[in-house]
Design a protein around this ligand. Structure first.
Ligand SMILES: *Cc1c(COP(=O)(O)O)cnc(C)c1O
Length: 388
């Protein structure tokens, strides 16, 4: 048996650049939130053409602060898609509010607007549309179908650098949050960013992420009045990013454009090479949308596939190719199922995506040879040639 190369589902694009970048904070000793974080925020906001960007410990914590700043309180309802990463719903629970699950459209994996309309009530305070796998949810259209007082918090965890109708992800909603977990487009190990056009939201989140303090550590440290300690008028959190992470982030930002353009090429290669497999439904990018391809997520058509999805995934795993379900249907996960007594068929399309989606390897360390090998192995699964 030949020694199989393992083709990972995802792998961060890190190099000696990031290694060099972290030397600075380590040498000068300022390792918590400081100048590096400010520079990372500037770089992120310049790229995404957003007035304000605030780094946090993760996208989850950025979402939490976003909901607080948008005024979500116990008794409120927040509409979230079911087919997403669990954080999108968890942050609603952190605020003591109720997540209301809406279904998704399997052709985009994003919110199904007809179902959103059905889920709106007088208690709806915020909607969290998710730009899943790097494809933007059409927030302009969403804005048109919801009441004016309902706020939009974009979950752009997978969508650094994604665009639609020439708007970057995060530029239409009241606020937006991004993730720098290693499975996302760029990484800082763990890390997140909140972007907004609102000075008011910006000012509030500056305090919220720093224990509620009226001034930051850096302001105190470098300021002329050593006797002044911050005032704490609100309940805050420690959701600060470190300068070590931000140094990595600055380095990653320099590569964001090239990271995405290479991902586009890889996705185009898959879409071309896999197009005539009748049991594999490939992801499509609607006109005027620019996909960042955080993941390349297919659907294994249960009626036509040569075997069950899980068997196909196992077969590919044996050939050294990692695959994963796109994500989960959060309404079917224990905590939510039990707490809200939701049936799996209440959101049938989310359930369908959960059970039939299959992400195949796509990351910036793959070679054309790797991609060709993935294509060959998937083609060999075809029922006519090779019964599983
Ligand atoms: C990854 C992800 C998150 C959470 O991001 P973290 O930075 O790991 O907290 C939230 N929402 C979606 C859609 C994600 O994919």
């Amino acid at each position: 048996m030949r020694n199989l190369k393992k083709i990972d589902i995802a792998k961060p694009f890190l190099s000696v650049d990031e290694w060099r970048a972290i030397k600075k904070p380590i040498q000068n000793g300022w390792v918590t939130q400081g100048k590096m974080v400010t520079d990372f925020e500037s770089s992120f906001s310049n790229f995404h053409k957003t007035p304000y960007a605030l780094a946090t410990t993760s996208c989850t914590t950025a979402l939490h602060l976003g909901l607080i700043a948008l005024g979500v309180k116990p008794g409120d309802e927040v509409i979230v898609p079911s087919f997403t990463w669990i954080s999108t719903a968890n942050v609603v629970e952190y605020c003591g509010a109720k997540p209301i699950f809406a279904d998704v459209d399997p052709s985009t994996f994003n919110l199904d607007f007809d179902d959103v309309k059905k889920k709106l009530t007088k208690k709806t305070k915020v909607i969290i549309p998710v730009h899943l796998f790097g494809l933007c949810c059409d927030i302009i259209k969403l804005r048109e179908i919801i009441p004016k007082n309902v706020k939009i918090l974009e979950d752009a965890a997978c969508a650094s650098g994604s665009k639609f109708f020439n708007n970057f992800a995060g530029n239409i909603g009241d606020a937006a949050t991004f993730s720098f977990h290693p499975r996302k487009i760029i990484t800082t190990g763990e890390g997140g960013m909140l972007s907004t056009k609102s000075k008011k939201i910006y000012d509030e989140i500056c305090k919220l992420r720093n224990m509620g303090a009226s001034i930051s550590d850096a302001q105190r440290h470098f300021g002329p009045t050593p006797y002044i300690l911050p005032e704490f008028k609100i309940l805050g959190y420690n959701y600060r990013m470190t300068d070590i992470q931000a140094a990595i982030g600055i380095s990653q930002m320099k590569k964001l454009k090239i990271i995405i353009s290479r991902r586009k090429e890889m996705a185009a290669f898959y879409s071309e090479s896999l197009s005539n497999i009748d049991w594999l439904i490939l992801p499509k990018t609607p006109k005027n949308f620019s996909h960042a391809w955080q993941a390349y997520v297919t659907i294994v058509d249960p009626k036509k596939a040569p075997a069950k999805r899980n068997t196909i995934m196992e077969t590919l795993e044996k050939k050294g190719i990692s695959t994963r379900p796109g994500t989960q249907a959060v309404h079917m996960l224990g905590y939510y199922k039990k707490k809200y007594n939701i049936k799996s068929n209440d959101l049938p399309k989310s359930k369908f995506c959960y059970q039939n989606s299959m992400a195949i390897p796509l990351h910036n360390n793959l070679s054309l040879k790797d991609l060709k090998y993935v294509v060959k192995c998937i083609k060999n699964l075809d029922s006519k040639k090779n019964k599983i």
